[in-house]
Design a binder for this molecule. Sequence first.
Ligand code: PAF
Length: 283
Amino acid sequence: MAHHRRAELLSDRAALRTRMAAWRESHQIVALVPTMGALHEGHLSLVRLVAARADRLLVSIFVNPAQFTPSEDFSAYPRTLEADREKLGTAVDAIYCPPVADIYPADFVTSISLEGPATTGLEDRFRPTHFKGVATVVAKLFLQTTPHLAVFGEKDFQQLCVIRQMVRDLELPVNVVAAPTIREVDGLAMSSRNVYLSEAERAVAPLIYHTLTQCAERLRQGDEASRVLAEGVAILEKSGFSVDYLEWRQADTLLPATTIEQPTRVLVAARIGATRLIDNIAV
Ligand code: PAF
């Protein structure tokens, strides 16, 4: 039988500590790819992006309860550790998948409080405690794993901005690397939540990307933003989406954009059936 070579599994804090101490001692440059598992091509692209920049690659897999709001899919969120290990193969050196108690001991009460990009009325308007949960777990993962680099996908653009701001403000000694969004051939951004889509929903889902592309094109041509965005919402709603937001924002602060002289993004969140999809592109 073929023997599948796989990354080392670090299934608790103690195993992680031993491994990191050895890497540090031999002066290895370590890159962390933080994930919640249910890995797809998008995650693998994050790994590939930093492979050449680090001596050691570490993927963390932790479905973080603190970033789900009570109405969300925490218990239903796909947990596929064996398949994830298989997909990573030997592309990474180790996988850190701690139990909840190694991140949140029973008496854990501290969290990171955020403003700036975290309170710009995008995801935060619909998931009020989400970024507090993300920032707290990312800070803790950084402190546990002490990476030189950490990679985050542009797919979750507000998350990327929030983490960059936190790293700057707290001077966390981690180099944040942004990875471009990986898409299916029809344009749908890869996401672990795409598995929730029915066949009919999957068929209309690429409209999100097409709408973003059209909006960006029109904004580049100088069309009036409020009109462009309203028409984008109308197109999506006509095809059965409920649009939470479709916004044109500055790429660093996430404040409303007014000119294409600086980097800007169009960002969208829309629900189809029971699934909520987000996406964004540069203008
Ligand atoms: O983007 C994600 O998968 C998560 O938000 C992260 C960064 C791993 C924190 O739990």
